[in-house]
Design a protein around this ligand. Structure first.
Ligand SMILES: [Zn+2]
Length: 429
């Protein structure tokens, strides 16, 4: 199902014309922002130099730290009278980032969310319970407006009060939910405890934190939903930048509204399709707060293969943040890649630690992983085959030799909250 079939299945040549037109409009809007005036002056760029998509590379990146320095309204391209809404991102350090929206922005943004919801099969026959923060966090109101626009019966449930959430799903015949993957699992457990039937549910949208295929299976099984991945960030409106289609193989990026590039997070060099790196986005329709080449810090890659659904290119599911990246003997390694490999090997459990050392001027990576309980019969020495399998699988994915130590079940640290599984000891010498 399509919300806007002409745009969603636009031919590459037509898309390029549209993108270039919108890029030029974006440049015009950016010239009302002090930060970009100063950047263009410093770099000796004339706004009229940026005509085509290839010209984009002449422009330096914009970083989150730049937005923070512009606090509160330094990045607005319109007077505050034209801003109808403000969201902020949760600042883990220092001041939050402020994002403004014109009436046109709210229109564009809810249109993108309506596109996502229609793509995954939601219609005015559905009842949608939106279980995320409805305040300054963009996930709440973003989905709310988009869902209403698509004609879906929408419940702005917000967070908390799990018992009430479960009763609403049951009593209102809710068919679709939106929440974080961890809340989804909590909800399933609570419903089981309450002996409440959630069989009206058929679709679950999960976002705001990266989640694995293993979590997908768990969510689908425990909640009885088809689980969809949602990607966005407040600086780029919010959710609705890229969204998984029913093929469940990557997230379609809405190319008429966002130009995407993948770069090596260290060198800043552009990477090609199939190469994993940091996502850089230039929004093409943002009015209040246009941005150029915004470094998202999120790690993904552009997928080369065409999707049977007929929409444009996709991004692979996200696998972490560039801040977490390790450089081992010149090769970029994301801890999430290691996790992904280990989770796919049933003979080992999901508890592991990664140690990085510099030995004789060489980076060495050592991985300790617990053998799964079913495979442990008292002697680690019996498991040489498993050890070799882990080493080989890691080498295939990371293109890197690693040292692997299998350890007994239950011996590695457990983490509450954010796990600290990577210990980089190279700074010590
Ligand atoms: Zn598709």
């Amino acid at each position: 199902m399509f919300w806007d079939e002409a745009i969603e299945t636009i031919k590459p040549a037509e898309l390029r014309i549209l993108q270039e037109k919108r890029l030029r409009e974006t440049i015009t809007r950016c010239m009302k922002v002090g930060f970009y005036q100063e950047m263009f002056r410093r770099e000796g760029i004339n706004p009229s130099d940026i005509r085509t998509l290839d010209d984009l590379k002449k422009i330096p990146f914009t970083r989150k730290s730049d937005l923070r320095e512009g606090y509160p309204f330094g990045f607005m391209a319109v007077p505050l009278q034209e801003v109808v809404r403000i969201h902020t991102t949760s600042g883990t350090t220092g001041k939050p980032t402020v994002v403004g929206y014109t009436k046109g922005d709210i229109e564009n943004w809810s249109g993108l969310i309506a596109r996502n919801l229609t793509m995954i099969g939601l219609t005015n026959q559905d009842v949608f319970q939106n279980m995320v923060n409805m305040g300054m966090f963009t996930g709440g109101l973003g989905f709310h407006y988009g869902s209403e626009k698509a004609g879906i019966t929408t419940l702005p449930a917000g967070t908390g009060n799990t018992k009430r959430q479960i009763e609403m799903i049951h009593d209102f015949g809710v068919t679709a939910i939106h929440c974080t993957p961890s809340y989804g699992l909590h909800l399933a457990e609570a419903a089981t405890e309450m002996k409440m039937d959630l069989s009206s549910l058929r679709i679950g949208i999960f976002g705001a934190e990266p989640w694995s295929e293993k979590t997908r299976n768990e969510l689908q099984k425990k909640l009885g939903v088809e689980a969809f991945d949602s990607y966005g960030m407040s600086e780029l409106y919010g959710p609705g930048v890229a969204f998984e289609c029913p093929e469940h193989k990557g997230l379609h990026i809405w190319h008429d509204s966002y130009l995407v590039e993948i770069i090596d997070p260290v060198s800043g060099k552009t990477l090609g399709p199939g190469e994993r790196g940091e996502l850089v986005v230039t929004p093409l329709v943002k009015e209040a707060m246009p941005l150029l080449r915004y470094r998202t810090g999120d790690i993904t890659m552009i997928m080369e293969d065409a999707c049977p659904c007929g929409r444009g290119p996709k991004l692979a599911r996200f696998t972490g943040r560039s801040d977490d990246m390790l450089v081992i003997r010149g090769i970029n390694v994301f801890p999430s890649q290691i996790e992904h490999v280990l989770l796919a090997i049933p003979e080992v459990g999901n508890h592991y630690m990664v140690y990085v050392d510099r030995i004789n001027h060489m980076d060495e990576m050592t991985i300790e992983v617990e053998v799964s309980r079913d495979n442990f019969h008292g002697e680690l020495a019996d498991l040489k085959k498993v050890q070799n399998k882990v080493i080989k699988s890691l080498r295939d994915v990371l293109e890197l030799r690693t040292t692997v130590h299998l350890v007994e079940p239950g011996t590695l640290p457990r983490f509450e909250g954010k796990a600290k599984r990577v210990v980089d000891r190279r700074g010590a010498d």
